[in-house]
Design a binder for this molecule. Structure first.
Ligand SMILES: NC(=O)N[C@@H](CC(=O)O)C(=O)O
Ligand SMILES: [Zn+2]
Ligand SMILES: [Zn+2]
Length: 452
C-alpha cells in the first residue's frame, strides 16, 4: 500500500497518524482531535476507535506545518495571476499551514481595511492561516510612512511590515519605520536594493551579463542597503529582517551584524539555494527574478550561511505572474518565480540530501523560526510549535524517498512561472493538517474541506 493512503473512513476532525517519524525520534502513532495533538504513543499502540481516519505514516517524516514569511498572493488587484484562494491552496499542497502575504497588491496593503480584507478572505478559504504583511509607506511610494499602528492593532494583527518589490531606500524613512514598529513588537522586512545602482538592471552583474549583453545588477546594490540597515537597526534598537538575501557578501554582513548583537534575521529563497545566473544565457524569462540569480560562489555561500544559522529561514518569495507578463522577451518580462509547491523539495535536495542539514534543521528554517519572526508562535493559532501533546495540530507529512518531475501546469498555483519545470526533485508532501483538519491527503488538496 502506498504510504499516506487513508485506509479507514471516519469523521474529518479525528486522524490517527500511524507510524510517523517525528523529528529525530522513534516512530510513533499520533492522534489528532479537537484541533490539537491529543495523544502520542509508540508505534502500533494506538488504535482507531472507529471514528478516526487512519493515515499510514510508514516512511513519512512529521514536520510542524511550514510557515512562509514571504508569499505574493496577488489579491486584491491581480487575480488573473493568483487569488488568495488559489495561492493558499498551493501553499497547503506545498506543506504550509501559514503564509505571510506581501503588501504589493492593488490597492496596496497599507491600511487596516485592506489588511483585514486579505486576512478575512484567507480565513474563509481555510487552506492556511494568512498573515498579511503591511506596507511601510503609503502606496509603496517610499515617501510617506503608512499607519503601521492601525494595521498592527487591526483584526489582522500585522507584525511584519515591508514595501517588498521596492526598497525603503530613504534612510530617514527606514529609521522612522524601525522606530515605529518597536511599539508593537513588529519587524521591518527590507527588500534590499539600492535603486540608483540597479536602474535598468536585468540580471546579476558579472561574467554572464557581460557575455550576453544584459544590464547587470551588482551585488553591492544589495549589500550596501543591508550594511546601512543593520547599523540603523542597531542605532534605534529595533528589529530588522532581510528579505531574499542572495550574495556571499550579504551573508558576511549578516554574520558580522549578528556577532555584534544586532537584532537582524535573514531569509534565502529556494531558487537562490539552487540556481545560478548561467541560466540567463538562454534568455528564458522563467529565470528572471528580483534579486537576480547569482553565481555558483554565491549559491555556496548562502547554503553555508543557512547551515550555520547566519541565515535564519527559507522563504519562498512565491511570485506568480500571468503568461502575458512572463512569456515575452527577457527585458519586457516581469521579475519573479513561483515557489510554494517546490520549496520543501528544493531544501531537501540542496541541504538535506547533501548532508548539510537534518530534518530538525528543516523544521527550524521552514517552520519555527519564520513563525517566531512573524510572531505567530504562541496561542491556540500558533505555528511552528514542537509536535507535542496539547499543541495545535499543524503538521506536514513528507515522504523523503519520493522523486518527482516538476510540471508547472499541474501545480495548484494559478500561474506557471516555475523555474523548476522539467527538473527532478526529491520529496513529496503527502498530507498537511491545519489545526487537526486535513487540507492535503494522499498528496492532493482536500477540496470541500472548507473553512474551519
Ligand atoms: N521577487 C520578484 O522577482 N518579484 C516580486 C517582488 C519582490 O519580491 O521583490 C513580485 O512581486 O513579483
Ligand atoms: Zn523583494
Ligand atoms: Zn517578494
Amino acid at each position: 500500500m502506498e504510504a499516506g493512503a487513508v485506509t479507514t473512513a471516519g469523521t474529518t476532525d479525528r486522524y490517527l497518524l500511524r507510524g510517523v517519524a517525528p523529528l529525530g525520534g522513534e516512530r510513533v502513532d499520533m492522534l489528532l482531535a479537537g484541533g490539537v495533538i491529543e495523544r502520542i504513543a509508540p508505534e502500533g499502540t494506538l488504535w482507531s476507535d472507529g471514528d478516526a481516519q487512519v493515515v499510514d505514516g510508514a516512511g513519512l517524516v512529521a514536520l510542524p506545518g511550514l510557515v512562509d514569511l514571504h508569499t505574493h498572493l496577488r489579491e486584491p488587484g491581480r487575480e488573473d495571476a493568483e487569488t488568495i484562494r488559489s495561492g493558499t491552496r498551493a501553499a497547503a499542497a506545498g506543506g504550509f499551514t501559514a503564509v505571510h502575504a506581501m503588501a504589493n497588491t492593488t490597492p496596496v496593503q497599507d491600511t487596516a481595511g485592506v489588511v483585514e480584507q486579505v486576512w478575512r478572505i484567507g480565513a474563509e478559504a481555510g487552506w492556511v492561516d494568512v498573515r498579511p504583511v503591511g506596507a511601510v509607506t503609503v502606496g509603496l511610494d517610499g515617501e510617506h510612512l503608512a499607519e503601521l499602528g492601525s494595521m498592527a492593532h487591526s483584526a489582522a494583527r500585522v507584525r511584519v511590515f515591508s514595501d517588498d518589490g521596492r526598497c525603503v531606500s530613504d534612510p530617514i524613512l527606514m529609521r522612522r519605520a524601525l522606530e515605529y514598529v518597536k511599539a508593537f513588537d513588529g519587524v521591518v522586512a527590507q527588500h534590499a536594493q539600492e535603486p540608483r545602482l540597479t536602474e535598468g538592471a536585468q540580471m546579476n552583474e558579472g561574467v554572464v551579463s557581460a557575455e550576453i549583453g544584459l544590464a547587470g545588477w551588482p551585488a553591492v546594490a544589495e549589500e550596501a542597503i543591508i550594511a546601512r540597515d543593520v547599523l540603523l537597526a542597531e542605532h534605534v534598537g529595533s528589529r530588522l529582517h532581510v528579505c531574499h538575501l542572495s550574495t556571499a557578501g550579504s551573508v558576511d554582513l549578516v554574520r558580522w551584524a549578528k556577532g555584534r548583537g544586532i537584532d537582524v534575521t535573514a531569509e534565502v529563497t529556494p531558487h537562490h539555494l539552487l540556481l545560478t545566473d548561467d541560466l540567463a544565457r538562454g534568455y528564458d524569462p522563467r529565470y528572471k527574478v528580483n534579486p537576480p540569480l547569482r553565481t555558483a560562489a554565491d549559491v555556496e555561500a548562502v547554503r553555508e550561511g543557512l547551515a550555520d544559522g547566519t541565515i535564519d529561514v527559507v522563504a519562498t518569495d512565491h511570485a506568480p505572474h500571468t503568461r502575458e507578463d512572463k512569456d515575452c522577451e527577457w527585458a519586457a518580462a516581469a521579475f519573479g518565480m513561483t515557489g510554494l509547491e517546490t520549496a520543501l523539495s528544493v531544501v531537501q535536495h540542496t541541504m538535506v540530501d547533501t548532508g548539510r542539514m537534518t530534518w530538525v534543521d528543516v523544521a527550524r528554517v521552514l517552520s519555527s523560526t519564520p513563525a517566531r519572526i512573524g510572531r505567530i508562535d504562541t496561542g491556540p493559532h500558533a505555528h511552528g510549535r514542537p509536535l507535542d501533546v496539547g499543541e495545535p495540530a499543524n503538521i506536514t507529512l513528507v515522504d523523503p524517498s519520493a522523486v518527482r518531475t516538476v510540471v508547472p501546469t499541474e501545480q495548484h498555483t494559478a500561474s506557471a512561472n516555475s523555474p523548476f519545470g522539467g527538473r527532478e526533485l526529491p520529496g513529496r508532501v503527502v498530507a498537511t493538517f491545519l489545526r487537526g483538519r486535513a487540507t492535503v491527503l494522499d498528496g492532493a488538496p482536500v477540496d470541500g474541506g472548507g473553512a474551519s
